[in-house]
Design a protein around this ligand. Structure first.
Ligand code: NAD
Length: 459
């Protein structure tokens, strides 16, 4: 457990006994007093935290700066439900295989829970807890009417046939079909899941409960998906990067960028940054990283990757292979980690030379690295703001499904731009007026909204 610095985290018995309205008012007052209270960090970093402890570290820090009290803090740290299921399927060779599946719901105070499904061999319960928690704060930061959830299956999709993947997905939906639903919990894509997987989920759920496209987002556009959803997370990342660079008197045009991960999020972030005139100097995928001194030819790379190739096989004049650490520590204006969590360790953070890190991945920065970056003056735009574009357009998709409407791509993108800029400006306001780090400011905004909703509804 993280060690506590008692100066800012007294168990405030008065707060613990407060009535809902009083707590709500208390949060407003706390926000006004943050500058004074946050001079000392209330929670110290302890090393080797697992993913869930790392996520909770930020909640405790914000909660203690806001002086929410132990009662509210305990509520915000707890998950509402953890559904852990086994998924037996018949392999193509006739053998039986059994996989572990998870759907964890963190907090539904602000609405039905929402969050992606990840298919990855190392996925475990702590990862899912951490990611479910992050979703609660993310939906609150962009102020969409959802809570947070996450799920997935511990499997390696590249070792499964398309038929096996479909059987696993359908069996998983069967197992959790009572726990999800348009007004209950709405899955979406995450690492190694895509629009096809979402289509199977919609179909399987609809077979069991009647036609219900709003049960899942990130569906193909031909099957009640939303225009703009596929690019939405990358689009949001670039909106935030653009707003930040604008604030410091720069722009994406001519800015140098390095991106770790070239899947759904990294690829669209690269494409959109390229379209805005940025120089993408380095990108990577799980096969390795490549770099070019001037700029990589992003449209050519996108075509290459979409043809099913890996970056390690890409060859072009002026393009060289580099290590993943060399990508993360490259001297660029903007570093975008868009792969997995925990890649920015304390050692890497000491060597980072980017001006700003825009966290497209979930939890790419370990808490100990976060402290190093803060001390070194490297701005980190946190995941719960930077990659919230995906859940925002998921909200648009859900809204369209419930109303049987169809919005154009322009409508989706302009609404997304507005929501991202509003969230960015709200957090920037706290950063500037209260001299806070971006992550702390984002958590304070999110915790304030969730705690208020929870208190108004009643525990
Ligand atoms: P994806 O599966 O489409 O792509 C992941 C990419 O990361 C691939 O290019 C893969 O090769 C690469 N990768 C994997 N391991 C790597 C490693 N060790 N080094 C370098 N690259 C590696 O997944 P995605 O949907 O793009 O998600 C990426 C990140 O963004 C995840 O952290 C996810 O949780 C987060 N995220 C995704 C969405 C979304 O809408 N898809 C929304 C919010 C956050």
């Amino acid at each position: 457990m993280p060690a506590l610095n008692n100066s800012c985290c007294n168990s405030n018995a008065a707060t613990a006994r407060q009535e809902p309205g009083a707590v709500s008012k208390h949060i407003d007052i706390a926000l006004r007093n943050i500058a004074r209270k946050c001079r000392k960090h209330p929670v110290e970093v302890t090393f080797r935290m697992n993913a869930f402890e790392a996520a909770n570290h930020y909640i405790r820090r914000a909660s203690r700066i806001m002086n929410l009290g132990p009662r509210v803090e305990r509520l915000l740290l707890s998950l509402e439900a953890e559904h852990h299921v086994t998924i037996p399927i018949e392999r193509d060779n006739g053998e039986l295989a059994v996989f572990s599946g998870y759907r964890f719901q963190h907090n539904s105070a602000r609405g039905p829970t929402k969050g992606g499904l990840r298919f990855h061999p190392t996925l475990d319960a702590d990862d899912v807890r951490a990611l479910a928690t992050l979703m609660t704060w993310k939906t609150a930061v962009v102020n969409v009417p959802f809570g947070g959830a996450k799920g997935g299956i511990a499997c390696e999709p590249s070792l499964l046939s398309q038929g096996e993947l479909e059987r696993i997905t359908r069996k998983f939906v069967e197992r959790i079909s009572q726990e999800i639903g348009p007004q209950r919990d709405i899955p979406a894509p995450d690492v190694n899941t895509n629009a096809q997987v979402m289509a199977w989920i919609m179909d399987q759920y609809s077979r069991l409960h009647g036609f219900a496209p709003a049960v899942v987002t990130g569906k193909p556009v031909e099957l009640h998906g939303s225009e703009g959803r596929e690019a939405a997370t990358g689009y949001g990342v670039i909106c935030v990067a653009e707003d930040f660079l604008h604030d410091i008197g720069n722009s994406l045009k001519g800015a140098t960028v390095a991106i770790q991960g070239f899947g759904n999020v990294g690829l669209f972030a690269a494409l959109l940054a390229h379209e805005r005139g940025a120089k993408i100097e380095a990108v990577s995928d799980l096969s390795g990283a490549i770099a070019a001194r001037d700029s990589l030819d992003i449209p050519a790379l996108v075509k290459f990757i979409r043809s099913g190739c890996l970056l390690v096989d890409y060859q072009a004049d002026g393009v060289s292979r580099i290590t993943n650490d060399a990508l993360l520590t490259r001297e660029v204006d903007v570093l975008i980690p868009a792969a997995l969590g925990g890649v920015l360790t304390r050692d890497v953070a000491r060597e980072v030379r980017a001006k700003v890190i825009v966290e497209a991945a979930n939890a790419p920065t370990l808490p100990e690295a976060d402290e190093v970056l803060e001390q070194r003056g490297v701005t980190v735009i946190p995941d719960i703001l930077a990659n919230a574009g995906g859940v925002t357009v998921s909200y648009f998709e859900w809204t369209q499904n419930l109303q049987c409407l169809r919005w154009t791509e322009n409508e989706v993108n302009s609404r997304l731009r507005q929501i991202m800029s509003t969230a960015y400006a709200t957090i920037r306001g706290l950063v500037q007026s209260r001299k806070l780090g971006w992550r702390t400011a984002a958590y304070i905004v999110a915790l304030g909204r969730v705690a208020k909703a929870a208190m108004l509804r009643g525990v």
